[in-house]
Design a protein around this ligand. Sequence first.
Ligand code: SF4
Ligand code: SF4
Length: 81
Amino acid sequence: MNFIPHDIRQRSSAPVLIDEDKCIAHKGCTVCVDVCPMDLLVIDPVKQKAFMQFDECWYCMPCETDCPTDAVRVNIPYLLK
Ligand code: SF4
Ligand code: SF4
C-alpha cells in the first residue's frame, strides 16, 4: 500500500497565496522565488506578480518571512501544525 501524506485534491486553494496588491515583483523583487528551495514560486510575466506554480510545499517558510512587503501567506495544513 502506498503512503500518501495528504490528498491535495481536497484542498480548495494553493497553500501559498500572494497578496497581489502588496507584491512588488513589478519593481524587480524576486525574493520569494529565490528563497524557495523547491522552486515552487514564479513571477507571472503578464501580471508581474508572484504566484505558486507547483503545489509541493515543504512549509519551510522563508518565502513568507523574507518577503519585504509581507505579501506571502503560507497556510500550513492542520495536520502539520
Ligand atoms: S518576495 Fe514578496 S514582493 Fe517580492 S516577489 Fe515575492 S511576494 Fe512579491
Ligand atoms: S514554504 Fe518553503 S517550500 Fe513552500 S513555497 Fe515557501 S519557500 Fe517554497
